[in-house]
Design a protein around this ligand. Structure first.
Ligand SMILES: Cc1cc2nc3c(=O)[nH]c(=O)nc-3n(C[C@H](O)[C@H](O)[C@H](O)COP(=O)(O)OP(=O)(O)OC[C@H]3O[C@@H](n4cnc5c(N)ncnc54)[C@H](O)[C@@H]3O)c2cc1C
Ligand SMILES: NC(=O)c1ccc[n+]([C@@H]2O[C@H](COP(=O)([O-])OP(=O)(O)OC[C@H]3O[C@@H](n4cnc5c(N)ncnc54)[C@H](OP(=O)(O)O)[C@@H]3O)[C@@H](O)[C@H]2O)c1
Length: 272
């Protein structure tokens, strides 16, 4: 498996050559720091669920080149005629402080090429697909869970989604609807959501960080499934410190990172 191309921040020399200008068609605010955007999709745009694309927003003229670019995971399904993205608002963040002020009808540039290897295509074998997310790292998993092939490929799907406060658990209705969608499951295949809320004490959610839950067995208990080399395949996405700690915990459980020359059981994607 090749590694993803190195992402370069900043200003692309010719944004219009590599991108299409799309129109914002919907905005959904989850909290003051979290929102989702839908944009039109260029007819030729192709991606594999789990991939990301660079988005560009006009800088307002205060940066050379006029457009600020950032990578974003695609939330929508490949069969959707729009593209959806789920975003944090970073205080004073160059990109998100502008994106959060965008309105329906505004232009967002979308690079024509999607990238990334946080996809199930990289794995061989396994019966259980574990998707472990912190914060907006849930975004690629929403696209993956909308992919009918993923429902055929695995017997069980587990989404463990960690946020600080319960109100930051976005897309819950959609996740529950996916579990009940007759076009995806066959009535017997499952999607188990394990919500994790780390800064509030709540019933029906786990309260510790993912690496702790992996080490003490609570995540396996909540999912009702064991983690092991033969049956488990894991994708992990979000906060880089979380990824480091989860990687160590998975290694201690005997699971290995999937590499081109050494197939393994898990793969990770850093958001910053
Ligand atoms: C492959 C890839 C896919 C990504 N997909 C998404 C996505 O789907 N949704 C999304 O919101 N972001 C995503 N990001 C992060 C995104 O590219 C930007 O970093 C983010 O939009 C903030 O941009 P900014 O210019 O406002 O702040 P930046 O200057 O880019 O970031 C400043 C700081 O904000 C924090 N931060 C950045 N992104 C996040 C985040 N997502 N959640 C929590 N804290 C963060 C970090 O501490 C970072 O150092 C992705 C990053 C990568 C590399
Ligand atoms: N969400 C907010 O209300 C808030 C408020 C102020 C500032 N911010 C800023 O917003 C950005 C991120 O916010 P976010 O809440 O979406 O993302 P986040 O900080 O990555 O938190 C999301 C989830 O990941 C967990 N996590 C963080 N580090 C981890 C690690 N090393 N191992 C395992 N789990 C870990 C968090 O647990 P813990 O709760 O234990 O950290 C939380 O459950 C940060 O830059 C932050 O400074 C957010």
């Amino acid at each position: 498996m090749r590694t993803a191309p190195t992402f370069r921040r900043g200003v692309a020399p010719d944004p219009l050559a590599k991108a299409s200008a799309e129109r914002i068609i919907d905005i959904r605010r989850w909290t003051e720091k979290l929102f989702s955007l839908r944009v039109t999709r260029a007819p030729g745009f192709r991606f594999v669920p789990g991939q990301w694309v660079r988005l560009g927003i006009p800088s307002g003229g205060d940066l050379p080149g006029g457009v600020i670019w950032r990578p974003y995971s695609i939330v929508s399904a490949d069969h959707d005629d729009h593209l959806e993205f789920f975003s944090i608002v970073v205080p004073d963040g160059a990109f998100t402080s502008r994106l959060t002020r965008a309105a329906i009808g505004d232009t967002l540039y979308v690079e024509k090429q999607a990238y990334g290897f946080l996809t199930t295509a990289r794995f061989t074998g396994g019966s259980d697909l574990w998707l472990l997310a912190s914060g907006t790292g849930v975004a690629p998993f929403l696209s993956i869970l909308r992919d009918p092939a993923v429902w055929q490929q695995y017997q069980n799907r587990i989404l463990a989604y960690s946020v600080r406060e319960a109100r930051e658990l976005a897309y819950l209705d959609e996740i529950h609807a996916l579990a009940a969608d007759p076009l995806l499951g066959d009535g017997r295949s499952t999607l188990r959501l394990v919500p994790i809320v780390t800064r509030e004490k709540l019933p029906d959610t786990l309260g510790e960080r993912l690496p702790v839950l992996l080490r003490n067995g609570e995540l396996e208990r909540a999912a009702g499934l064991p983690l092991d080399v033969a049956r488990s395949r894991l994708l992990v996405c979000g906060n880089p410190a979380m990824l480091d700690d989860v990687r160590d915990a998975l290694n201690d459980l005997g699971l290995r990172s999937d590499r081109s020359r050494e197939p393994g059981q898990f793969a990770t994607e850093n958001y910053w």
